[in-house]
Design a protein around this ligand. Sequence first.
Ligand SMILES: [Zn+2]
Length: 85
Amino acid sequence: MSTYWTERAKTGKSRCSYGSCATLIAKGEIRIGRTYRSHPSRFWLKTDWYHVDCFVMMEKEFIERMVKQAREMANIMETKGGVYD
Ligand SMILES: [Zn+2]
């Protein structure tokens, strides 16, 4: 379970967690935080920070990946003739 929020960066020290960006987020810039439990059996929480544009890119890639998987799965099922019979 993740919690998301937006805020202005309090310092310029946090790094964007979007893989192909990974640059520092400037102080005062609007950033999106995702807070989640770093390990299921542990209590402490971890926050990843993203530039707004990077967050959009990441979500876009995630959606595309899911849609691709869903389509591939549909194709397999179609080939097997199980689902649409
Ligand atoms: Zn970024």
